[in-house]
Design a protein around this ligand. Structure first.
Ligand SMILES: *[C@@H]1O[C@H](CO)[C@@H](O)[C@H](O)[C@H]1NC(C)=O
Ligand SMILES: *[C@@H]1O[C@H](CO)[C@@H](O)[C@H](O)[C@H]1NC(C)=O
Ligand SMILES: *[C@@H]1O[C@H](CO)[C@@H](O)[C@H](O)[C@H]1NC(C)=O
Ligand SMILES: *[C@@H]1O[C@H](CO)[C@@H](O)[C@H](O)[C@H]1NC(C)=O
Length: 399
């Protein structure tokens, strides 16, 4: 721009006044200008496209969604893909379908089977249909076998999802899940608990698909008061696509534990006394979904969903829960009723015994692929408090 202006202003004086001297001077300037231009453009072409992105003005980052923003940060840092870059609550908005049959009639059919004579067998719904409603995805979410099996499917047009009818304030929930077989690259299956709003709490299992034969990534996270950033990821020690395996969340006033086939893989203790927030005030629903996230899910977004393999199907069965159901502003485990706090609700006081702790250690040593508590590069201003508390506690124990 600057060059251009100066050359046009000098060209107006060329025919009349300029001496040979200025003409040569100008020629030299132009020559230098063009040499610089070509070398810059050559350099541009030799840059890999990723590096070009790093020279984007940093102000642009604010215009981009969280995920892209962190991708750019990664490129600037020249670091490998950071597995925590997962927008765990970003799923397609649930599309509530008012035309879905009202849950009440389906749950009561068990006792009043005579009402089902006019309709198809699928109306006889017990099992999962007692606890869950399909919330979005049209016909892509389905109950089968009288409600004992639920499938979610994903095709080019939409994914699907379901949600618990109840809200819970503390629970121990188990679900058996069989993940999408073969090529599931680009897909994400979720099973999590969440409350609503900008300061919501959330406890996440997310299963990031992969190409045939490559391992699924089990992603876990915990949000308190709208803030997550507590990611841990694992490879499973079995193929989660050939059989049903159980995935459980224990959520009590004192801890959150993630289990896979009854093996604890992660524990997050209540450390409120150390100033670490813990989700214990907002009731949550159990939510599950299957959706396309091929812009980031598999191998950092490099592998895309192969729609020729659609529909992709994940299956759910054998849900069970010990829980404190939240209704009309109070909990079914209210402390005012000593009976409810008795043996039946022993899970509320469940702790990991030494054997379970051993197992968890084994999983974390051999199958954990990412732990936010070890990511000093990411938290360059200091690791989150809960990570360092645990360490200093351990240190104290050793002394
Ligand atoms: C579903 O329930 C009906 C009526 O109770 C029964 O006849 C049928 O065998 C059940 N189907 C399955 C797959 O369990
Ligand atoms: C997965 O791949 C196996 C082996 O190639 C094949 O037999 C099976 O039908 C595939 N399953 C699905 C659901 O596509
Ligand atoms: C969150 O809000 C949506 C929409 O109002 C509602 O359907 C859902 O049940 C709420 N979830 C919880 C846990 O309150
Ligand atoms: C998929 O497989 C690749 C190669 O083994 C692995 O690096 C990656 O972590 C796996 N998971 C995902 C979600 O990409």
């Amino acid at each position: 721009m600057h060059m251009h202006r100066s050359s046009s202003s000098s060209s107006s004086c060329l025919p009349s006044l300029c001496s040979l001297h200025t003409f040569i001077g100008l020629a030299v300037i132009l020559c230098v200008y063009f040499t610089l231009q070509t070398s810059i453009s050559l350099q541009d072409k030799s840059l890999p496209s990723e590096q070009i992105k790093t020279v984007l003005p940093s102000s642009l980052e604010f215009l981009q969604p969280q995920r892209l923003q962190s991708k750019n940060i990664r490129l600037v840092d020249q670091q490998p893909f950071r597995p925590y870059e997962i927008p765990s609550t970003d799923q397609p908005p649930p599309y509530p379908k008012p035309e879905t049959p009202t849950p009440k009639t389906t749950t009561t059919t068990k006792t009043t089977t005579t009402t089902t004579t006019t309709t198809t067998e699928t109306e006889v719904l017990g099992g999962l249909a007692e606890d869950f409603v399909i919330t979005w995805g049209d016909h892509r979410g389905k109950f089968h076998e009288n409600g004992s099996l639920l499938t979610l499917s994903l095709d080019k047009h939409s994914g699907s999802g379901f949600e618990s009818k109840n809200k819970y304030l503390f629970a121990r929930i188990d679900m058996k899940i069989k993940l999408i077989p073969n090529n599931s690259a680009g897909t994400v299956t979720t099973f999590y608990m969440s409350s609503n709003g900008t300061t919501h709490d959330e406890i996440d299992f997310e299963f990031l698909g992969n190409t045939t034969g490559q391992p699924y990534t089990l992603h876990t996270n915990i949000y308190c008061q709208g803030k997550g950033n507590r990611e841990q990821q694992f490879y499973l020690w079995f193929d989660p696509t050939t059989d049903f395996h159980s995935y459980s969340i224990l959520w009590t006033p004192s801890r959150i534990v993630f289990f896979v086939d009854d093996t604890p893989i992660r524990e997050f203790k209540n450390m409120e006394s150390f100033g670490v927030p813990f989700p214990n005030k907002q009731p949550m629903r159990i939510i599950s979904s299957l959706w396309n996230a091929d812009d980031w899910a598999t191998q950092g977004g490099k592998v895309h969903t192969d729609w020729s393999k659609a529909p992709f199907v994940a299956s759910f069965r054998d849900f069970s829960a010990s829980s404190c159901v939240w209704a009309f502003g109070s909990s079914s485990c209210d402390g005012s009723d000593p009976e409810l706090m008795g043996s039946e609700n022993g899970w509320l006081r469940e702790e990991l015994d030494s054997k379970s702790l051993e197992k968890m250690k084994w999983v974390q040593k051999n199958h954990m692929t990412y732990n936010y508590c070890n990511d000093k590069l990411r938290f360059h201003e200091g690791l989150p408090k809960e990570c360092t508390i645990r360490r200093s506690k351990r240190g104290r124990q050793r002394q």
